[in-house]
Design a binder for this molecule. Sequence first.
Ligand SMILES: NC(=O)c1ccc[n+]([C@@H]2O[C@H](COP(=O)([O-])OP(=O)(O)OC[C@H]3O[C@@H](n4cnc5c(N)ncnc54)[C@H](O)[C@@H]3O)[C@@H](O)[C@H]2O)c1
Ligand SMILES: O=c1ccn([C@@H]2O[C@H](COP(=O)(O)OP(=O)(O)O[C@H]3O[C@H](CO)[C@@H](O)[C@H](O)[C@H]3O)[C@@H](O)[C@H]2O)c(=O)[nH]1
Length: 442
Amino acid sequence: MNPTESPRLTVIGTGYLGATHAICMAVLGFEVLGVDVDQRKIDKLASGEVPFFEPGLPELLSKALESGRLRFTTSFAEAGEFGDVHFLCVGTPQQPGSDAADLSYIDAAVRALAPTLTRRTLVVGKSTVPVGTAKRLTGLLQELAPAGDEVELAWNPEFLREGFAVDDTMRPDRLVFGVASEWAEERLQAAFRPILDLGTPVVRTDLATAELVKVAANSFLATKISYINAMAEVCEAVGADIKHLADSLALDDRIGGKFLKPGLGFGGGCLPKDIRAFAHRAEELGVGQAVSFLREVDDINRRRRARTVDLVREMLGGISGKRIAAWGAAFKPNSDDIRDAPALDVARTMHGLGGHVRVFDPAALDNARRAFPELRYGDSALDVAQDADVVVLLTEWSDFKEIEPDALAQVVKHKRIVDGRHALDAAKWRAAGWEYRALGRS
Ligand SMILES: NC(=O)c1ccc[n+]([C@@H]2O[C@H](COP(=O)([O-])OP(=O)(O)OC[C@H]3O[C@@H](n4cnc5c(N)ncnc54)[C@H](O)[C@@H]3O)[C@@H](O)[C@H]2O)c1
Ligand SMILES: O=c1ccn([C@@H]2O[C@H](COP(=O)(O)OP(=O)(O)O[C@H]3O[C@H](CO)[C@@H](O)[C@H](O)[C@H]3O)[C@@H](O)[C@H]2O)c(=O)[nH]1
């Protein structure tokens, strides 16, 4: 096949990243086969149902299926037969009991795919991995594939954010192509032609740099969040106001306001595990000191959760026996993802301390119920606030921000609110007679 011809794509691993990538690529005009080991997920996607909450994606899935360009399978033999370019999008979670990334899924995917590769093919890693993984996987692929070193591996890290996944995929800020040959670069260009035609900047680099760009980007974002939260700790000690401080920093163009929102800190399936895996990998490479600050970033972030519980305790004079409305379960708004969710961590700690905690989230309730059946849940923000001693806002859904103090006052026992995300207008709530508290604000 001519390397510049439009390739047929497979996407291996159809979770948050892979399903989004497969659907968007089909909408952009490619023939796409989504592959997963989870039969239920594949059945759902094939029947037009996105198995997670992502704004705009269900509509695009219908469109892609109707076009006939998108199919799903659990068969690697079918994938090998079909694909010219294979995207690896399987999970790389934190290993239990260690900070290292668990690479067993990506290894298994490569081992299942390689024996089906009988012709010149490009395999493209998109999962987030420790630097050096691509080099190791190249060896594995070429050893196991019938086509041997005709099979090449490239690395194309993914930067999409949940909640904005469609837009981030269709119109990314940049593409990074980690390649070992001109042929691989041409194949990647063909696989991203519609996105490149938008004028999207591309960085062409080696495999190791491409792997590192991803963890460096997430480390930077995590550091920025922990930086402002560290400032919040100082503000608290002197009675200064972190909101005013953050707003003032944000007005400096060189700093900017993005990822400078103080509060409960970061969670999710990416930032926490990626900074830990990066620190761990750097230590293995003998350069742990260079990124040892990431341990501090992690510690600052963990302290936010404990400090939020303290704030509730201070306000109530103890948590045991108190009725607590927990607003939010997802790790951020516009997502149903509860992986390492700060909101649920706080809710579980307060429950463990004997609080009568009731949780509501607009999208993540099913996931939360499955993961933490010991918690109690309600049907709406006002439902869980019924007779509450305190309302604790943990995920800044707009549904919560839109609730008026007077409407909430009708259902609670005491007009007390802890704003874990600096999402509410403090002056407005105080003017309506509420005791309003937020970390780092007097
Ligand atoms: N979620 C995001 O926003 C995002 C963004 C950028 C990068 N990433 C990275 O992308 C990767 C995937 O993340 P995710 O959030 O989509 O995870 P996920 O858990 O939602 O999805 C992973 C999928 O891989 C499947 N899988 C596991 N083993 C497999 C195998 N051997 N063969 C085929 N499929 C297999 C699982 O069944 C699951 O559907 C991770 O490395 C993550 O760090 C995620
Ligand atoms: O100023 C801020 C910004 C974010 N957060 C929190 O940080 C976490 C992560 O948010 P975000 O980065 O928007 O979510 P993700 O979807 O996890 O996306 C990150 O992780 C992905 C997976 O690696 C990357 O692709 C994205 O570029 C990167 O932003 C969430 O808990 C947010 O509540 C804050 O506390 N303050």
